[in-house]
Design a protein around this ligand. Structure first.
Ligand SMILES: [Fe+2]
Length: 262
């Protein structure tokens, strides 16, 4: 049994089922909901790490996140995204971005399973549909951006929190840079593929700063957004190619188990 409750404007959807007990036909429906809504979430899931990995593998080959260590030796592909109430400065991922866009083959999907969360509504993840962003882009900009590529870096504006942590630990990671088409076709729909958190420049030097400002402002319009409120034992999956996401600023303790899929 699977129930699908789309969010407003179809930006994401809640799916109701027990992920420990899904058959092939349910899995098919889950995958199709993910491609349709860009982000899906499931509440009240009692998934242990073995079953979490097993579920994630149904979506493709698991990726190794180049920036965070695995949970432990047994589960290197589950990374822990943790914030403590004593932590200062911004949270990890506190600007709209898409994961690992600075690699040649960024992961298609990211999953987060909440293990410990502050009060509901106090530490959300905002999602922003880039299918909608493309759809609402005026025709002259669609033309302008048609064959454009953008260059992204792991040292982009969002990396400040990671760099702070590296400074504390005294170890600096190597900068990763990659170039991608700004407009992509995913699941037979066009999407804007640009991560403001990692952007360095357009590939075409003729494109000016004003255009970048316009693009960034357009991409993250409130009308393309949905803010996901976390509860404990909630799993969210999103398509990194068609959804931007960001952590909202919060104080408190939070532990998320993260898996990315190639
Ligand atoms: Fe992220």
């Amino acid at each position: 049994m699977l129930k699908i409750i789309p969010n407003k404007k179809n930006i994401g959807a809640e799916l109701i089922c027990d992920l420990n007990k899904i058959n092939n036909s349910t899995l098919k429906k889950i995958k199709s909901a993910l491609s349709k809504y860009g982000m899906i979430y499931f509440r009240n899931q009692k998934l242990n790490s073995d079953n979490y990995l097993k579920f994630a593998k149904k979506f493709g080959k698991l990726a190794n996140y180049p920036r965070l260590k695995g949970l432990n030796k047994k589960y290197p592909q589950i990374t822990v995204v943790q914030r403590k109430s004593t932590d200062k400065g911004p949270s990890f991922g506190e600007q709209f971005h898409t994961d690992s866009i600075y690699t040649k083959k960024p992961p298609r999907f990211t999953m987060l399973l909440s293990k410990l969360v502050p009060k509901k509504g106090q530490a959300n993840t905002d999602f922003c549909s880039q299918y909608l962003a493309y759809e609402k882009l005026p025709a002259n900009f669609k033309r302008k951006f048609k064959n454009e590529k953008c260059v992204f870096s792991s040292e982009g504006p969002i990396s400040v929190t990671r760099l702070e942590r590296e400074k504390e630990k005294g170890k600096k990671a190597k900068e990763l840079i990659s170039k991608h088409n700004l407009i992509r076709k995913i699941n037979s729909k066009y999407t804007l593929y640009c991560s403001p958190g990692h952007f360095i420049r357009f590939n075409n030097s003729k494109i000016d700063k004003k255009l970048k400002t316009y693009l960034f402002k357009h991409q993250v319009k409130k009308s393309f957004q949905y803010s996901l409120e976390w509860e404990k034992n909630q799993l969210a999956i999103w398509d990194n190619r068609s959804m931007l996401h960001q952590a909202t600023a919060f104080k408190g303790d939070r532990i998320m188990h993260r898996i990315t899929v190639q």
